[in-house]
Design a protein around this ligand. Sequence first.
Ligand code: T1G
Length: 676
Amino acid sequence: MSSPIRTERHDDVLVIVSDNPPVNALGAAVRQGLEAGIREAAADDGIKAVVIRCDGRTFFAGADITEFGKPMQEPGLPTVIDMIESADKPVVAAIHGTALGGGCEVALGCHYRVAVPSAKIGTPEVKLGLLPGAGGTQRIPRIAGVALALEMTAKGDPISAKQALDAGLIDKLVGEVSLEADAIAYAREIASARPLPRASEKTATADPDAVAAFRKANAKRFRGFEAPEANIKCVEAASNGSTFADGIANERAEFMKLMMGTQSAAQRHLFFAERQAAKIDDVPADTVLRDIKRVGVIGAGTMGGGISMNFLSAGIPVTIVEMQQEALDRGTGVVRKNYEASAAKGRLKPEQVEQAMGALNPTLDFAALAECDLIIEAVYENMDVKKEIFTKLDAICKPGAILASNTSYLNIDEIAACTKRPEDVVGMHFFSPANVMKLLEVVRGEKTAGDVLATVMALAKKIRKVAVVAGVCHGFIGNRMLMPRQVEANKLLMEGATPEQIDRVHVEFGMPMGPFQMSDLAGVDIGWHRDPTRIENIRDALAAEGRWGQKKQAGFYDYDEKRNPTPSPRVAEIIEDFRSKSNMKKREISDEEIVERTLYTMVNEGALILEEGKAQRASDIDVVWIYGYGWPVYRGGPMFWAKSEGLPKVVAGLEKHGFPVAASLKEAATSDGKLK
Ligand code: T1G
């Protein structure tokens, strides 16, 4: 097989080119080719300087993540980088696209770096539960200082070429379309400059205040993660006077610890799971997409407004329809307020706010939807209302328009049956707040056409959502798994646990909040029958007393004016009252039992979802819970976590409490551990 690396001679400059689509990952063949290229340059007296560049869309975007966990093939990346840096002829990195991870480290091993203005460089390894393991934590602080090194390595966000230039991480910005020529010219310019600048020979100035401030500022963000602190430690080691070699040894040790840990395995799993979720197994990748020029949204409530913002922010005009002018004005007012709040935080320019609002067409005229290519119904969860709307849409929308419902659990097939075009009907389940939460469940009806699905999946990427295909069932994937969790949480209250104990177990597990905190945030009255005389459970009792959650300063918790929660004596009374009426004895409940009954049951439901074909793959379920509910990324999602817990342990935990275990879960626990 030919090498992905070639060399091209430009008189006295040797250009080493990588052509390893899709992102020039630094796999073994690339590393071997780079090594050979540097040797070729060293052996040829006619070569005065070297340029390293990449074909395709980007400079090296990192080590090849697919190689992780397999025996490493020589040469390792640190060896290649050391070879580049110790060369006695200048090596120039010519950067475009995203020089990330190992790619950034290769560039830092070069003596000089040039980049096109649109390029970005960064060390996102921390997002994989890792750290830059090829010298990044040692070279960045030596070139750009501790503060920026902490930001880049422990947070993992890339910086622009201009920021890199200002920080000394690149030496020159070159022409957007003349990278190679400009890099060669620059190589000639510096060909005789000596001594060659080597990052490893520089000294990083200690900055303990920056380190302390960084730790403090990010304590909440890093809660539960191992990798950020490992990155901080390595950057600290680079600036505490130890030698480069000692710093590298420490970096290597910390890297291996992370690589062997469960958190990185979980985060690497999610990296691929998110990309896999975008693929629909039985719809060809080259399916011709429908053209979506204008989107219609029915309903200007919280969801309708949030949904509209996703498209407006992506430059797609929206026609938003309401029944009453007052509701329409309120809805568009909230959209503007949200944009202006972003502008106030500097996330948007004022002109961008006006541009987005200018693309919003509010109307009471339902017929205005006739010009839309995609219409998303976002009215309240009532099947009759939805059927009426889809019947009307069928009559007025143009042929080929996609008709979507934002329903969070109703049957898409039933809705589609109200139209003569069921193949154009699909579910697009956004998560509240729809302009913030990244998850989009794309609900595939029995008759939904392949190109409709492909179009919606592509559109999801355009509006920066992470889309997962779900089948038609009550609650689809995410909310369906929420149900057994809530049923068991309510039962645990009756048996002696408190809301704060159950929520604490979930928060300590890594969830942003527990079931009862979530209920208070969303509204205890959501889905309540609204009859204060009908009190059949604890939730009814709270709702009947107006304890509707945070919005009423009282729900499962009491809240002060800043919405800080405290355990509620009144709620404890209500629970005790229900318990005594049911002749139940309060008992001590362990945290372990709460995990088994609220989290293992979710895994069991996930297995049933897979058995019924309502999710394409177990990793899709993980993606739903990460992006829809804030499941801790360092645990990889419910199905990945169950495997790391040990499926036999999960099955035993379920059986201990008398739950019927999904056949596939039982089977996987006794065989290869794979949930299909
Ligand atoms: N290794 C292997 N495959 C990769 C890859 C990588 N580093 N990056 C992307 N891919 C695949 C991806 O799975 C997808 O495959 C295709 O490329 C397009 O990706 C020693 C240890 C570069 C910003 O973390 O952030 O270096 O689905 O859909 O939206 O210190 O890919 O088509 O089959 O994401 O245009 C550090 C990870 C690695 C960068 C492009 N580097 N990649 O985004 O395309 S660890 C990273 C990205 C490391 C060293 C350490 C993005 C991108 P498929 P895509 P995109």
